[in-house]
Ligand binder design. Structure first.
Ligand code: BTN
Length: 243
């Protein structure tokens, strides 16, 4: 895939900027990067804290020639690419299903993908925020967030991190198109932050608790419930039972 980058000093949100373009005419691989966001979008309507000069905020347009139902594993694929990128810089990253990347139990990256269907084909806006050099967080994030810099005790060149990520995405996206998501099962198992942990998955008003198992080839999370049955969870927010 060819990546075409557009850099901005400040956007409300890189994903919103991309969504406002004419996606049917925009090339696959278009990558909108901002130094800062004034209204960065997180999951569940949350704000993604996006101060200037420290982190990476970018959104990539993907237009895979697959049925929309097969594109649901792309957010996880993006997370795998982030984890491999961080690993390549000497960090030990884990994937917290469905969309977070953790280092040492704290969130270093969030992925938020939105899919549109254009003429029956999926167009995915894949928004990624990586905390690269940030060393302090607002009080509400202080105990749950981290950055590459805090974990490695050194600063990183943001451009080098983005370049590496795009290289990794280019390779993995090609493999995903050719062979499917199952190819990444081994990596996911080895980097699954939730496996074996007692968790609660919140899906709107519904909560399901159990022991997290593997991430399945369709991207669902296997959960062993208290009554001994297994549920395959396709979406939701997973919370670890602390203590
Ligand atoms: C999450 O809540 O974990 C997902 C956060 C995704 C943030 C990124 S930053 C770049 C892109 N633009 C946005 O407005 N959001 C995503």
């Amino acid at each position: 895939m060819q990546f075409t980058r557009q850099h901005f000093d400040l956007l409300e949100s890189t994903s919103r900027h991309l969504a406002e373009l004419n996606l049917s005419e925009s090339p696959e691989g278009l990558c909108i990067v901002a130094d800062a966001q004034s209204d960065g979008q997180g999951r569940q309507g949350r704000i993604w804290f996006s101060p200037p000069g420290e982190n990476l905020y970018f959104s990539i347009l993907l237009k895979p020639a697959v049925e929309p139902s097969l594109a649901v594993t792309l957010p996880l694929l993006a997370g795998i690419c982030v984890a491999q990128t961080l690993d390549s810089f000497g960090l030990t990253a884990q994937i917290k299903w469905p969309n977070d990347i953790w280092i040492g139990g704290r969130k270093v990256c969030g992925v938020l993908c939105e899919m549109q269907i254009i003429d029956g084909m999926p167009a995915i806006i894949c928004g990624i925020g990586i905390n690269v050099n940030q060393r302090s967080f607002p009080p509400e994030l202080d105990s749950i967030a981290t950055s590459m810099n805090l974990c490695a005790e050194k600063s990183f060149d943001r451009e080098a991190v983005l370049n590496r990520f795009l290289d990794v995405l280019g390779i993995n996206y090609f493999l995903w198109l050719k062979s499917g998501f199952g190819l990444f099962a081994e990596f996911l198992d080895a980097h699954n932050a939730l496996r074996g942990k007692t968790i609660t998955v919140v899906q709107g008003n519904r909560e399901l608790s159990g022991a997290a198992g593997s991430i399945n080839p369709d991207g669902t999370l296997s959960l062993l419930l208290a009554d001994g049955t297994r549920a395959n969870i396709s979406s939701g927010e997973a919370h670890l039972k602390r203590g």
